[in-house]
Design a binder for this molecule. Structure first.
Ligand code: HEM
Length: 489
């Protein structure tokens, strides 16, 4: 590095350090909430490191020590309050946005305005589109989802005879998830375009990295946002499609009757004002990609790593009897339970129910505790999912994973889409993931296709270790996995 670069590096690092300390000291006063480690923001660096290298153990310590209560853990620039026990968690899940804000919490973390556009911050109408139009259309569009799964698996796994093929697990699943999701979002042929798939995948990573940089370097961070670059790349593919739809819609005379049934159309129908422009719709399609693809890929890579011990007899029986429809997928109870259990056991994060107190007078819980304005809070999901009190709900099925008791399997109460205070991978309450209905259909269809058609094996015989980073719990993204076409005798 030359001198100017060295000086710039130290200058930026010092500015970031001063800013972080300033933020830590000027945050809301939380003296009544017990801290893990030192209660002094500057002396709690040991816990900060423990948090950065995996919040799981740290939060587990607090969960055991403070049941039905609260404790706080230090992040780099703030305290994060953890609420435990059903009563407090229910109050978080049901609190109105004007008291405990999901959007402020997530938008600050991702710096959504800079990284993905202020329209998304100001009018998150896509959540209703995903929850209503997308979910409503899942039955009629299922054959397309299924078709894309088959073609995508065939394309990314060019298998011959009885040979094993070794491929990178995460990247391969990411391709399949991205293509399948975009079959529903933008349709053929774009969902198979290599550059479009790559930019959708890159976008997710770029946004998370840029969001963190902007949080630490607020002054220069926005300059590092990938938004414009990605928009330019995406526009090449999406702008002509969206512009053509707007043009057809405005044509006098004939009604635009052959409108494709996809996310672009659903968004155009729901968007209002400034959000009803070509560039705003393009941005929104990218945002839904961001919410959908990485989350589903991480979840499915965990599932893939779990799959070796899965019996496929039940899947075969249902498919033989009823063929491939959404209804038959609904009856693949073991597939559903397997997915739910993989999500419970591993999850893709260790925290859930992220909110920020936005009422100027603070938020008072039923136990009398008031959290001041500006407090960030969560529930320690990993600890909830591994609470020994939950063990009786499961029977041991795989060496690690358990399935629900047989009488419970198939009950709506325990399906993967049913969120509860004990089952939080999709959150719970007001902001529970609206994409979970699609995610469940997509991932269950992928899982059933996988177990019916492929044998899967680890390269060295054991599950690759997870990567824990702050609140994330990610499946190993560099591990390879072996596939072979399944042969029926
Ligand atoms: C396995 C895959 C997925 C996981 C684990 C997941 C998880 C989550 C979680 C934890 C939340 C926040 C809930 C809360 O704090 O209460 C959320 C919100 C959201 N998810 Fe998902 N998600 C997945 C797939 C998807 C898909 C496929 C879509 C879109 C098609 C989607 C769209 C959204 C949106 C739009 C929100 C914001 C909700 C709001 O504005 O209230 N997600 N998701």
């Amino acid at each position: 590095m030359d001198d100017v670069k060295v000086l710039s590096f130290y200058g930026l690092a010092s500015a970031a350090g001063v800013y972080v300390i300033f933020k830590a000291l000027s945050g809301p006063k939380l003296d009544d909430i017990p801290a893990l480690g030192s209660s002094n923001a500057l002396l709690s660096f040991r816990e900060v490191f423990r948090y950065i290298f995996g919040a799981k153990e740290l939060c587990q310590e607090g969960y055991a020590k403070y049941p039905d209560s609260m404790f706080r853990v230090p992040n780099v620039d703030r305290w994060n309050v953890m609420a435990t026990g059903h009563t407090l968690m229910e109050e978080i899940a049901t609190a109105p946005e004007s008291e405990l804000s999901f959007y402020q919490s997530i938008n600050e973390f991702l710096q959504t305005g800079y990284t993905m556009g202020w329209g998304i911050v100001n009018d998150p109408y896509h959540a209703d589109v995903v929850k209503s139009s997308m979910t409503r259309n899942l039955g009629v569009l299922f054959p397309e989802v299924r078709d894309e799964i088959i073609v995508a698996f065939d394309d990314v796994l060019p298998l011959h005879d009885k040979e094993w093929l070794t491929v990178p697990a995460f990247d391969t699943m990411m391709q399949i998830v991205c293509r399948t999701s975009n079959r529903l979002f933008v349709g053929l042929p774009l969902c198979r375009d290599a550059d479009f798939i790559k930019l959708s995948i890159d976008y997710a990573m770029d946004v998370i990295i840029a969001g963190q940089l902007i949080n630490v370097f607020p002054a220069v961070g926005p300059l590092l946002s990938p938004r414009k670059k990605i928009l330019r790349r995406a526009s090449k593919h999406l702008t002509p499609i969206v512009a053509e739809r707007f043009r057809k819609e405005q044509e006098p005379g004939e009604k635009f009757t052959d409108r494709p049934n996809d996310l672009i159309t659903w968004l155009m129908d729901a968007a209002k004002g400034d959000e009803r422009t070509v560039s705003a719709i393009v941005q929104r399609v990218l945002f839904v990609n961001f919410a959908a693809v990485r989350t589903s890929t991480d979840t499915f890579t965990h599932v893939l790593y779990d799959i070796a011990a899965l019996s496929s007899s039940q899947v075969e029986r249902v498919v033989r009897k009823e063929g491939w429809t959404r209804a038959s997928l609904n009856r693949m109870y073991k597939i559903d339970s397997f997915l739910a259990e993989s999500q419970r056991y591993w999850g893709i994060g260790t925290l859930s129910l992220g909110r920020k107190v936005v009422n100027k007078d603070g938020f008072t819980f039923s136990n009398g505790t008031t959290l001041p304005y500006g407090t960030y809070l969560h529930s320690p999901m990993w600890s909830v999912h591994h609470d020994p009190g939950m063990a009786s709900a499961y029977v041991r099925w795989l060496p690690i994973l358990k399935l629900r008791q047989s009488e419970e399997v198939g009950s709506a109460k325990y399906q993967v889409i049913t969120t509860t205070l004990d089952y939080l991978p999709f959150g719970h309450g007001r902001h529970a993931c609206p994409g979970r209905f699609f995610a469940a259909v997509e991932l269950k269809a992928m899982l059933a296709h996988l177990v019916l058609n492929y044998d899967v094996q680890f390269v060295d015989g054991k599950r690759p270790a997870n990567q824990y980073m702050a609140s994330a719990c990610l499946p190993d993204s560099s591990a390879k996995i072996m596939f072979r076409r399944r042969h029926r005798d």
